[in-house]
Design a protein. Sequence first.
Length: 255
Amino acid sequence: MHANPAVDAVADRSRPPAAGRLVVDAPTRMFHALFALSFAGAYATADSEHWRLLHVSLGYVFAGLLGFRVLYGLLGPRQARLALLWRRLSGAAAWLRSLPAATSPAAVHWRQGQNLAMALAIAAMLALALPLAVSGYGTWNEWGDALEDVHEVLGNALLAVVLAHLALIVLLSVLRRQNQALPMLTGRVAGSGPDLVRRNRAWLAGLLLLAVLAFGAWQWQDAARRPASAGDGASMTDPHGHDAGRASRHDGDDD
Ligand code: HEM
Ligand code: HEM
């Protein structure tokens, strides 16, 4: 009996093998790219009074992206769930305990350790993001001098974890002789087999990008209007009063 090609096509859902397997969906990749860029931008503009508004805007974008990722991690598809990260982390204690026992081969242990280190770095970045944004908001709104130091320490702590994240990617790429950064860009890993991601959801990635761009445009306009509308109590109004064109005591440039 001849096989029915139509039935075969339905049964075998695999795509042409050349493309590889889709393992990271578009919204996660878009989140990652924007999260990394907003962090880099906020860090680069942190030091200077001149770039303060840009720093704060990038910080808001960063915080908003965290909110998106948490929602997507709670309501989104299985492969993007935060529960997955939690499960990877909760293996840590067992992994440490099993070290002396050496029940599994050293290579397996070593590989589990590498994955655990990456999961730890990711969890630390996500966990630091909220207190960093809140302390920044508090600094901006002058909740207290101590917050400024807290904010700076948290910013530098996150930088340290980001550098560890990048070092791990380089290290694992060398150890595994395979570019570990690529899946976060293309969404795919080489090889055949079923896709981990059922639906790419490019529309949601587009929506996320659009939201960030719209917020950026709004902040830009707001900043351009600022000198005329200082003191209106809007969140972007500089509480130090720099925007009003007044010499601020903070600046130390009174003469
Ligand atoms: C060019 C620089 C970067 C590259 C190549 C890169 C690459 C990657 C890769 C390959 C993963 C997946 C790791 C895994 O699951 O095993 C990942 C995840 C992640 N990275 Fe990066 N990363 C970069 C910069 C950053 C920066 C600057 C941040 C934070 C400010 C960051 C935050 C994250 C987060 C939060 C995840 C988890 C993603 C999720 O599942 O939602 N990354 N990154
Ligand atoms: C990715 C997120 C952020 C990072 C990495 C970051 C990092 C930093 C760092 C390292 C500093 C210290 C600069 C220095 O004095 O040497 C700083 C200062 C500051 N940040 Fe952020 N920040 C972020 C988000 C925010 C947010 C969301 C806000 C406000 C809503 C904010 C408001 C401020 C303000 C007002 C200062 C100046 C403190 C001062 O008067 O010296 N930041 N930030």
